[in-house]
Write a protein that binds this ligand. Structure first.
Ligand SMILES: [Zn+2]
Length: 272
């Protein structure tokens, strides 16, 4: 699933290409009307038709398209992709929606697994209430993290995956950040020392920024633009590297289950 760096990469790719365009309509494909999550197809179109795109940004894992009145949000979920052009490889049956612009160009939403959704909101209040702190914003400070870890009785993996706590992290970057901070994913938040909390804070910010600089991580499903993949995979230290050696201590990396999620740890570097 695309996480913060992958969504940010998509945002940076489409922003210069669609800002200034006016939406003509948004048509669900293959009778998949539920791709429009907040309204019926007719209502949705009444709300977006004729509106211009002022900016494109990101909140957590949502792509936020700022219209001259209201917001069109897109969540890619597992396999959603936004394309400006279709190629022969893009099967029509995998399209879930097409955004038509008044200049006759289009933005195609291709989604093999069909979990991706489009939303329309008058304001961002609803989404801001649902989502936690942005980890690359000034609100995500060392003090904030330590204080909020202190108040939590949850396991770190669960806590960090919770979009209502920190927005945008997923399985890849949580495993990587915990490895960097030498924290076990099943350790309870309130038991984390100030020193390790600071290490986790630094790891989260450094990882996300470096991953964005490398246009995200492509394991299987993440592509942006016309089939471009992210380059951060080569820099992963533990994720997807079970039975390989820990880059820090040479022990074998293990894959365990935490909260139903495959979780990669170095048993020597990360213990409770
Ligand atoms: Zn190790």
């Amino acid at each position: 699933m695309p996480e913060l760096p992958e969504v940010e990469t998509v945002v940076r790719f489409i922003r210069p290409k669609i800002v200034g365009k006016t939406i003509q309509n948004i048509i669900p494909q293959n009778n998949y009307d539920k791709v429009l999550a907040t309204h019926t197809s007719q209502q949705f179109n009444e709300l977006v038709a004729g509106k211009s795109i002022i900016d494109v940004g990101r909140r957590g894992k949502y792509i936020v398209i700022n219209l001259n009145n209201g917001f069109l949000l897109i969540h890619l979920r597992m396999t959603g992709r936004l394309l400006l052009n279709l190629t022969e490889d893009d099967k029509p049956k995998h399209l879930t929606a097409i955004i038509h612009f008044s200049d006759k160009s289009s933005l195609y939403f291709k989604d093999y697994r069909k979990f991706g959704r489009l939303y329309y909101y008058e304001s961002l209040n609803y989404i801001n209430k649902k989502l936690g702190v942005e980890p690359l914003s000034k609100n995500f400070t060392k003090d904030w993290l330590f204080k909020n870890l202190q108040n939590s009785k949850r396991q770190l993996k669960l806590l960090l995956l919770d979009q209502g706590f920190i927005a945008g992290l997923g399985n890849i970057y949580v495993d990587e950040a915990l490895w960097f901070a030498k924290l076990h994913p099943q350790q309870i938040g309130s038991s984390v020392s100030r020193k390790k909390s600071n290490a986790l804070h630094g790891a989260v910010q450094r990882l996300l920024q470096t991953a964005i600089d490398n246009q995200g991580t492509t394991i299987i499903n993440f592509y942006f633009g016309e089939g471009k993949s992210g380059n951060f995979r080569e820099q992963l230290q533990v994720f997807g590297r079970h039975d390989k050696n820990c880059p820090r201590c040479d022990s074998l990396i293990e894959k365990i289950r935490v909260a139903q999620r495959g979780t990669h740890i170095c048993p020597r570097c990360q213990h409770i």
